[in-house]
Design a protein around this ligand. Structure first.
Ligand code: ADP
Ligand code: ASP
Ligand code: MG
Length: 424
């Protein structure tokens, strides 16, 4: 008998029929003799619709109220799923994040899980009942307020619970067959990866592959939780995220150099024009940006023009952090004495990821050549040991992803299947 945590994403529980289909899967796992914990997302695009609704009421909703609103989405799906499972003759009980013991910090909208105390879930399992837990939410211990974990946060609830309960596996059920070499909605020829290391999956998730939320992969790695990403629409095996690379287990030839191509449309670029090129300026600029709460990504500083002693500094950050960062910089314009600020939210980021690139020369050259051949201009570049990222215009990002995917021979034979979802 195993302890299985199953997580179903929004498109897997989009309507009553889908909920009944998922209930059957859960009942089967339970009847096969397993202890089953189910983490569920809000139905379909409910979270986006609730955000739209709040925007219609006020342009600046208080974050505490926003979290109370958004946690309602998962309460609907958890109770409906529990009803559907009970209807099949299998006992099931639903719990909010708070009832399931998901304790977070107090940062509304993107709270971090600081502890998991799943005693009620454990008691429920001990009684032979399936425990359904609302994903994406927790409670902040100090104020006893509900919090949300950030978009895609149900993945993190699932892996954190799997770690807290010492589960045998955490199955993430979604609308595609697993982790692919690129987003199958953009690259139809993307191939499913059978196995991926936490390290590579972390880079993919950090670079925009939203099939798994970044923090869930961090949890998985820290607590060695095997994560199985698979479709809720078929019985096929999906992708296993573990510590062991394919090649090592099979003891065959080397692992492929490239794991995949990720893309991200959610960042923006700020350029600070005419910055005096003297020691301490960059430190001051990024102190100010950090205090605004912005999480910066790439940074580029131009060579200072000899005649003027001035330089330009550009950096990327989540688009949502843009207004606060701009306001903070404007407030120190006279002190730093830069000329002006530019904000560009029409950028896209493409990242090529693969542990094998550490020891394989020529990967960057091949990437840049593929973009050149597709007529795509590169605006910024950054690299890590196992990743190369470039910034392009947002409207050429899809073409860039397809060109790079082909250039690295990642294209598969047939078209990848996207079972459901709107890709929102
Ligand atoms: P869920 O609602 O089940 O959590 P998400 O929409 O959050 O589903 O994540 C699944 C989606 O992630 C897929 O439909 C796909 O468009 C997207 N995606 C992006 N990159 C990848 C990738 N490399 N492999 C698989 N899916 C990806
Ligand atoms: N419902 C939340 C969202 O749409 C959490 C999740 O689905 O993982 O982001
Ligand atoms: Mg998701």
């Amino acid at each position: 008998m195993a302890l299985i945590v199953q997580k179903y994403g929004g498109s897997s529980v989009a309507d009553a029929e889908s909920i009944k289909r998922v209930a059957k899967r859960v009942a089967e796992a339970k009847r096969a003799g397993n202890d089953v914990v189910v983490v569920v997302s809000a139905m379909g695009d409910t979270t986006d619709e609730l955000i739209d609704l709040a925007q219609q009421v006020t342009p600046m909703p208080p974050q505490r109220e926003m979290d109370i609103l958004l946690t309602a989405g998962e309460r609907i799906s958890m109770s409906l799923l529990a009803m559907a499972i009970n209807n099949l003759g299998v006992k099931a009980k639903s719990f909010t994040g708070q009832q399931a013991g998901v304790i977070t910090d107090a940062v509304y909208g993107r709270a971090r899980i600081v502890d998991v105390v799943p005693s009620r879930v454990r008691e429920t399992l001990d009684k032979g009942t399936v425990a359904i837990v609302a994903g994406f939410q927790g409670v902040n211990r100090d104020q006893n307020d509900v919090t949300t974990l950030g978009r895609g946060g149900s993945d993190t609830t699932a892996v954190a619970l799997a770690a807290g309960l010492n589960a045998d596996v955490c199955e993430i059920y979604t609308d595609v067959d697993g982790v692919f070499t690129a987003d199958p909605r953009i690259v139809p020829r993307a191939r499913k990866v059978d196995r991926i290391t936490y390290e590579e999956m972390l880079e993919m998730a950090a670079c925009g592959a939203k099939v798994l939320m970044l923090r869930c992969v961090e949890f998985g790695r820290r607590y060695s939780v095997p994560i199985h990403v698979r479709s809720s629409f078929t019985g096929q095996t999906g992708t296993l995220v573990t510590n062991i690379p394919v090649a090592e287990e099979a003891q065959t030839v080397e692992a492929p150099i490239i794991t995949g191509v990720a893309h991200d449309r959610s960042e923006a670029k700020i350029t600070i024009v005419g910055v005096p090129d003297v020691p301490g300026t960059a430190a001051r600029i990024f102190e100010v940006v950090a205090l605004s709460g912005a999480n910066i990504d790439m940074i580029v500083q131009n060579v200072s023009a000899a005649a003027t002693g001035l330089t330009d500094i550009s950096f990327t950050l989540p688009e949502a952090d843009g207004p606060a960062a701009l306001a903070a910089l404007r407030a120190v314009q006279d002190e730093i004495r830069f000329a002006s600020l530019q904000f560009d939210d029409q950028i896209g980021k493409l990242s090529l990821i693969g542990a094998g690139m550490k020891s394989s020369p020529g990967v960057s050259a091949k990437l840049f050549a593929a973009l050149r051949d597709a007529g795509i201009n590169i605006e910024m570049i950054s690299t890590s040991e196992i990743r190369i990222s470039v910034v392009t215009r947002q409207d050429s990002l899809n073409d860039a992803v397809r060109a790079v995917h082909s250039a690295f021979d990642l294209d598969g034979e047939g078209d990848a299947v996207v079972h459901a979802g709107t890709g929102r």
